[in-house]
Write a protein that binds this ligand. Structure first.
Ligand SMILES: Nc1ncnc2c1ncn2[C@@H]1O[C@H](COP(=O)(O)OP(=O)(O)OP(=O)(O)O)[C@@H](O)[C@H]1O
Length: 251
């Protein structure tokens, strides 16, 4: 693939003796949304965390193979802080810090050394605008973020991720704790974000994967059984196991 942003080759991951990812090969295109689907426990979250080395924090993890972002092997000679700045993450449960809306968004830029108030003000405003939250919070930026609704909190977490200017955003079931209206807002937002970011999302919702993603990877027991263009995976899967999963026969 010519414009792959992420290239994964021969990736194996073990938690102790247990192999959670098996010989993963996948390339993900720049500026596209890739959905990772598959039954519970098949390795989707583990795979997502490989992409910003979050698994480094887990004891007894062993990873072999190659994971390249922009042709740089992220498991060799790389500053992990820089990597995580470039590869942001949004989790299943909105997890704003117990501080003001403003400080949540300014947190990352401050950690990276930005101190000037006018610059932080700009970053906070533009990040909240990109996360489609600005209009709802512009009059209460200094109120505690925990006072926001779940859907607003999740958009705040997206604004927080965007504030350090990543190129890739990982989303681990970002709407599973939200109601349908908040979910629709996040999906709309993702549509908007895909213009500027490469997004990898784990979702349990087939309909969500169908609606929002360009490409889909189907995981089963630590392997990627099949990946390709979402419409093709959903209408004409090559592997019987993919077909069984998407038609609801298991999982
Ligand atoms: N820190 C860990 N230590 C040991 N085993 C782990 C750890 N994290 C995950 N696992 C195991 O690795 C496998 C893959 O887990 P993972 O969370 O990646 O699956 P998943 O597909 O994201 O599941 P779900 O859809 O339920 O979130 C599971 O069998 C899980 O029990």
């Amino acid at each position: 693939m010519k414009n792959a942003k992420i290239r994964v080759k021969n990736l194996d991951l073990y938690y102790g003796e247990f192999q959670a990812l098996k010989n993963i090969h996948i390339e993900m295109e720049e500026g596209k949304i890739t959905a990772c689907i598959g039954p519970s426990g098949c390795g989707k979250s583990t795979f997502l965390k490989v992409l910003n080395r979050m698994n480094d924090l887990v004891e007894n993890v062993k990873i072999t193979g190659e994971v390249k972002i922009d042709d740089i092997d992220i498991y060799k000679d790389i500053d992990v802080i820089k990597l995580r700045k470039n590869v942001g993450m949004v989790f299943q449960k909105p997890n704003p810090f117990p501080m003001s809306i403003y400080d949540n968004v300014a947190y990352g830029p401050r950690c990276h050394g930005i101190k000037k108030k006018n610059i932080l003000d700009e970053i906070v405003e533009s990040s909240l605008k990109k996360a489609a939250l600005w209009e709802e919070v512009k009059d209460r930026l200094h109120k505690n973020a925990l006072g926001l609704s779940g859907g607003q909190q999740q958009r705040l977490c997206i604004a927080r991720a965007i504030a350090v200017e990543p190129e890739i955003i990982l989303m681990d079931e970002p709407t599973s704790a939200l109601d349908p209206i908040a979910t629709a807002k996040i999906e709309e937002l993702m549509e908007e974000l895909r213009k500027n970011y490469t997004i990898v999302i784990v979702t349990h919702s087939m309909s969500q994967a169908g609606r929002i993603s360009d490409n889909t990877a189907f995981f089963l027991n630590g392997e990627i059984v099949e990946h390709g263009i979402t419409s093709q995976i959903f209408t004409n899967p090559k592997d019987k196991r993919t077909e069984d999963y998407i038609t609801g026969r298991f999982g």
